[in-house]
Design a protein around this ligand. Sequence first.
Ligand SMILES: [Zn+2]
Ligand SMILES: [Zn+2]
Length: 263
Amino acid sequence: MVDSHCHLYDDKIVDRCQDIISNFQNDNIDYVIIPSCDYDSEQKALNLAKRYDKVYCALAVHPHDAKNYDALCEKFVLDNYSNAKVVALGEFGFDYFYNLSPYQKQFEVAERQMVLCNECDLPAIFHIRDGLANETEHFDAYKDFFSLANRYSLKRSGVLHCFGGDKDKARKALDLGFYISFTCNVTYKSNEHLREALKYIPMDRLLIETDSPYMSPRHQRNLPNEPKNVKYVAECMSEIKNIDIENVYNITKENTEKLFYKI
Ligand SMILES: [Zn+2]
Ligand SMILES: [Zn+2]
């Protein structure tokens, strides 16, 4: 099985990073993809990908850090995108929940990175999180994402990681040709709308991930998440889609390799 999105350089798990990677075989993990969030993590993600066979990476600036996007971040992407282990640009997009960067800046930086995806001939990993409804003028991150995605057609498509939308948003993403990735939060009791969306999305457009160290499984919410827990996402998918778990592993792996074509 594949964990298509985990931050192994994160402070919460970095001291166990080497052990986690050496256990991949025992844990039935074929490989993982490590996205980055800022200039610092772009370097960390690429270093891990260069060091370990079963690690790939993606480069980009997260909406939280859009305010710090500069020529240096962009130069790093342009200098390294052709490395065989760099399989996407990500994660980037819109986060109106924390609003750590001003709305205008998030839009501008997301737009710029859409352009870069086509320049680098790579797919995108999107981070999209709504704000609390009606609290600010811009709370509907998916609306802004779809308006941007409608204007730029991505040559190599992309994935909406840690999907947090409903069936309607899933349909819009599918219409644009995107893949949709679920984390362990699909197992949380309160997230019935995610399971509804999952039921609706065809198997050939689904990816699985942990977003480690975040989004820990329901029964381990106080522990940092790690790639081996991607099995809980697969389990949930297997139940909802009523297909064998081995099939879930295989199909989501195939989907990962269709999207991230350099793997
Ligand atoms: Zn994210
Ligand atoms: Zn992430």
